[in-house]
Design a binder for this molecule. Structure first.
Ligand SMILES: [Zn+2]
Length: 350
């Protein structure tokens, strides 16, 4: 295992950012390769500690000559976001300077060639340079996982429609509750950009059967503890073994995926019609029927009609909910995977 340091120049003199990259060579040139990164939204830490727990398994496998496919691993992908502390809290989702989401604006390349991203004389900013660097690091790997988390949620993934159902084994390995798939071009999310070069490629180049490209949502922001880190590391390791990146006879055979798989169009983005204190009546993982009371917004406390009821627009499965207990009008409350297409447009804010 080799460690190197990536450096990103800051946008003012005297400032630069660093993050470590770990590389492991594979013993079999034909084996699938893998790229893992965590905490692109730097305040989303379940993936970082899962990778930390995974590394000891990988070091052991490497010492025993069981790493077949090359791997590149970035446990903490966003050193810019990590510095963005405000009143004691890290704000790692948007770049303070440009206000851009760190998981938007990745370059959508038409071929698996990262050279357009480097060496040019273009004027850029630190957050865009970070995005280009991460895309360069991931390019060429068969398995590309971007580890995030929701505010509060079950474990689930986003992936491109072309990969479903071939990546059901990924969902099974990681013990996920749901897969949301879409062919929407999105807004330059890392995972969308990572699969984009292969969408129009010839089958010999695309090799979609051996490709896993996904945004993994490892539950909620506060679900950071030793047991979950070990369980998620075991899930990642299981996937690497099932896909042939690592060999390990102690890992059992592939198991069928029993969770939800739904198109992104089915997602109900529940928003609040008013500001107030939020009382949730359901939690992630709950099944709801159309018309069920899912939240109450107390907008005028003390008044006889001082609250508003929020009801499920259709039957489905509660995927996530916001961790805040105060909302503004229009604020996100929860995501429900409906049994059928949502009547409203989906704007995912992961
Ligand atoms: Zn995220």
């Amino acid at each position: 295992m080799k460690k190197s340091i990536e450096r990103i120049a800051g946008d003012t003199e005297g400032v630069s950012y660093e993050f470590p990259v770990y590389r492991i060579e594979g013993t079999s040139p034909d084996a699938p390769t893998a790229y893992l990164q965590a905490a692109l939204h730097s305040c989303e830490l379940p993936g970082t500690v899962a990778i930390h727990a995974l590394m000891k398994r990988l070091r052991k496998a490497e010492a025993e000559g069981r790493i077949r496919g090359a791997m590149t691993i970035v446990p903490s992908a966003n050193p810019i976001g990590s510095t963005q502390m405000l009143f004691g809290e890290m704000h790692g989702r948007f770049h303070f300077d440009t206000r851009r989401n760190f998981n938007r604006g990745f370059a959508l390349l038409d071929e698996p060639d990262a050279s357009p991203l480097s060496g040019s004389a273009k004027v850029t900013t630190a957050d865009q340079e970070l995005k280009d660097r991460l895309m360069q690091l991931s390019m060429g790997h068969d398995i590309v996982l971007d580890l995030h988390c929701a505010y509060e949620g079950v474990p689930y993934i986003y992936a491109h429609s072309v990969l479903w159902p071939a990546i059901a084994d990924c969902a099974s390995a990681l013990r996920l509750e749901a897969i949301l798939y879409s062919s929407d071009p999105g807004d330059g999310e890392f995972e969308v950009a990572a699969i984009h070069p292969y969408l129009k490629a010839s089958p010999e180049v695309a090799r979609l059967d051996r490709r896993v490209v996904a945004t993994v949502e490892f539950r909620g922001m506060r679900d950071v503890d030793p047991e979950l880190a070990e369980a998620d590391a075991e899930g990642l390791y299981r996937l690497l073994v099932w896909r042939g990146v690592v060999s390990d006879e102690a890992i059992g055979p592939q198991e069928p995926y029993a969770g939800i798989a739904a198109p992104l169009e089915n997602l109900e983005m529940m928003r609040s019609p008013c500001s107030g204190t939020v009382l949730y009546h359901v939690k992630p993982g709950d099944r709801v029927e159309k018309g069920d009371l899912v939240a109450t917004i107390v907008h005028s406390p003390g008044e006889p009609d001082g609250s508003a009821d929020i009801r499920a627009p259709q039957s489905g499965y509660v995927l996530t909910r916001h961790m805040h207990r105060f909302t503004r009008r229009g604020g996100d409350l929860m995501k429900i995977i409906g049994d059928r297409r949502s009547a409203t447009d989906v704007v995912v804010e992961e």
